[in-house]
Design a protein around this ligand. Structure first.
Ligand code: MN
Length: 131
């Protein structure tokens, strides 16, 4: 079974970029364009990891993280925040909200891969290719 990663992102270009990286790594992807949809998918699908854009059209990504971490059913799912306009203190704000990791946009492929490998073992599909 491939691991499933939910990406909550309102920008179609970022969605497409990150989707390609995730699929190339052998992950199954779930996508949500806003925070409320993301929270619904988190509860219904229990993804293995959540990537969340901080700036979303409804509730922001930090609120998504707080709510997911407050629910015992979903609290252990790792959450990595993605934020544009990286400013001093961003990382701390993300961690205070319960995020497990933080990536500044624009998303660098190598950094994303390293973060995913940190939280998730390489997927079986990728191992098969490597052998
Ligand atoms: Mn956004």
């Amino acid at each position: 079974m491939p691991r499933t990663i939910l990406y909550i992102e309102d920008n179609p270009l970022n969605m497409r970029l990150v989707r390609k990286i995730l699929v190339d790594m052998g992950y199954k992807t779930l996508e949500a364009p806003d925070g409320q949809t993301g929270l619904m998918i988190i509860i219904n699908e229990l993804p293995d990891l959540i990537l969340v854009d901080v700036n979303l059209p409804d509730i922001d990504g930090l609120q998504v993280a707080r709510l997911s971490k407050a629910n015992p059913l979903t609290a252990r799912i790792p959450i990595v925040a993605l934020t544009a306009n990286a400013m001093h203190g961003d990382r701390e704000r993300c961690m205070d909200a319960g995020c497990d990791g933080y990536i500044a946009k624009p998303v660098a492929k190598l950094e994303l891969r390293n973060v995913l490998n940190h939280f998730l073992a390489p997927s079986p599909a990728l191992n098969a290719v490597a052998k």
